[in-house]
Structures are given as C-alpha cells and as structure tokens.
Design a protein around this ligand. Structure first.
Ligand SMILES: [Fe+2]
Length: 283
C-alpha cells in the first residue's frame, strides 16, 4: 500500500513539473496558454538556464544498441541501422537535451511520464524529440537477429501469452499481420504503425501515429493505449535498402521482430510499467 501511495505522489510531482514546463515554454514563445486546472497552473516556475560558463548536464542519455548493427541483416541492413541509431536517434537526444538545458522542469521529467502528458500546448521541440526518443527506443528494442524460424506471415516464434492475445483480438496471426501491414502502408508521409494494449478492455489493437507521436498521448487525440511494438515508416528507416517500396520493408521488418521482447512489453503494459518499454540493459 505504501508503495502505491509513493508512486501516486511521484506521478503528481511529475505532472506538476510538466505543467510548469508547458507554461514556461508557451509563455516564452508568446503563445496562449492551454487552460489548465488551478492546481497545475499554480505549479512553481523552475530556474531556466545553467549558470554562465556551466555546461548543461546530459539529462537524457542514449543507451547503447543491445546488438550489432548488422544483426538484422539481410532484412534491415547494417548501414540503415547505423545511420538510424547514431544519427537520427542521436539527434533527437541532442535536441531534447538542448531544450532541457534551458528548462529545468523538462530536465526533471522522465520519458514514461512525459509522453502520456503531451498535449496541444506542448512546444513542438519537446513533442517531436521526446516522441522520437521514446518511439525509437521501443523500435530498436523489439528487433533481433533473424532465425531459421523467422517467418513474415505466420511467425512461429511468438511466446504463448502474446500469441493468445493476438488470436483473441485479431483472430489469428495472419489477420494481425495484414492489419499491421495495411496500417503501416496507409501512413501518409512520416509516422508509425503500432501494436498496442488497451488497459481498459485488455484487448490488443493496431493503430497509426503521425510523425513522432505515440499512442500513449491521449491529449493529442490518440487512443492512450500502450505500445508493444511499432514499425517506423519514416523513409529514413528503409530507403537505403528498400527505396520507395515500403511494402518490402514491412515484410522484412516482420522477419526480425523480437517477439520474446514484445511478450515482455505485453507483461509490462498489463502491469502499467511504461518505463521498462524503453529501458535497455547496460552493457
Ligand atoms: Fe526512425
């Protein structure tokens, strides 16, 4: 019981910090503040900048990729993984840390609390770069080296719990994979297709998000569901190998999905543990 009270108090502190972040950033840009409950709007303002001559701390630290860049060959190539992880994802970290260096409220936030709290008043630099980090940490964590059992249309590597959940929500794996593929193909421009868990109905769903948005961000108009695994359909995720043929990339992505990790994410989602979705084991 005490743990639950402490967790609620911690969540309340994070919400207060996030309210201060949104208020300070929107105010500095001369934009109208989104209406907030009185308690949230009274959150104390934090100091905004490091002292002159002081380096801002690296608040958000990129973990190491837990496998070689070539691990997903030949389906997702090493060069794409390298550029994707060391350039694109690294840039999201740089941009978010730059924002945090002048806003200690942001620096206090953890991504698993920030992403569900994003709303239409959140500065784009935070929405896009925090989302970019959160989404890519899930993406890379749910890839693995293909095995002789890998199959893009009837995966035999699924742990029993996620296999049963997919069957219960979609009928069978083939129906799910078609839904996921069609959703990924249907994303116009840059975005994602996700397999998600609905904490209210306990069912799984497939849903798209635009740009670097995540299904957890219900105040941005999304479901609020917990992502278990997602296909990055930004062109940077596949263009070097697959060029304009997104369908071929999606088929190859299914060959390297780390289903045991998706199963672990499913368990975490059922337990409400969002942080473990993006936590990487230290080397
Ligand atoms: Fe990406």
């Amino acid at each position: 019981m005490m743990g639950k009270i402490s967790g609620s108090a911690a969540l309340a502190m994070r919400i207060l910090a996030f309210a201060a972040l949104v208020a300070s950033a929107a105010s500095s840009q001369g934009r109208a503040l989104q209406a907030m409950p009185p308690m949230m709007s009274m959150a104390p303002m934090m100091s905004m900048a490091p002292a002159p001559g002081m380096m801002a701390p690296m608040t958000f630290m990129q973990p190491a990729l837990p496998y070689p860049y070539a691990a997903t060959e030949p389906f997702i190539d090493a060069r794409t993984n390298t550029i994707h992880f060391t350039k694109h994802l690294a840039t999201y970290y740089t941009n978010l840390n730059t924002a945090a260096s002048t806003n200690s409220s942001l620096a206090m936030m953890k991504l698993d609390a920030l992403i569900p709290a994003l709303n239409m008043g959140t500065p784009k630099v935070i929405r896009n770069n925090a989302g970019g980090i959160f989404n890519h940490l899930i993406f890379f964590k749910t890839l693995m080296m293909p095995t002789a059992m890998s199959n893009s249309t009837n995966n035999t590597m699924l742990p029993e719990d996620i296999a049963k959940a997919i069957d219960a929500s979609f009928g069978n794996f083939t129906a799910f994979s078609k839904n996921m593929t069609d959703t990924a193909l249907g994303v116009f421009g840059s975005g994602w297709a996700w397999l998600t868990y609905n904490p209210k109905t306990k069912a799984l769903a497939v849903e798209p998000t635009a740009n670097q948005d995540n299904p957890l961000s219900s105040s941005l108009g999304y479901s609020g569901n917990t992502p278990l695994v997602g296909i990055d359909v930004w062109e940077h995720a596949y263009y070097l190998k697959h060029q304009n043929v997104r369908a071929a990339y999606i088929k190859d992505w299914f060959m390297v999905v780390n289903w045991p990790q998706v199963s672990a994410n499913y368990k975490a989602a059922m337990g409400g543990d969002l942080n473990s979705l993006i936590t990487y084991a230290s080397a």
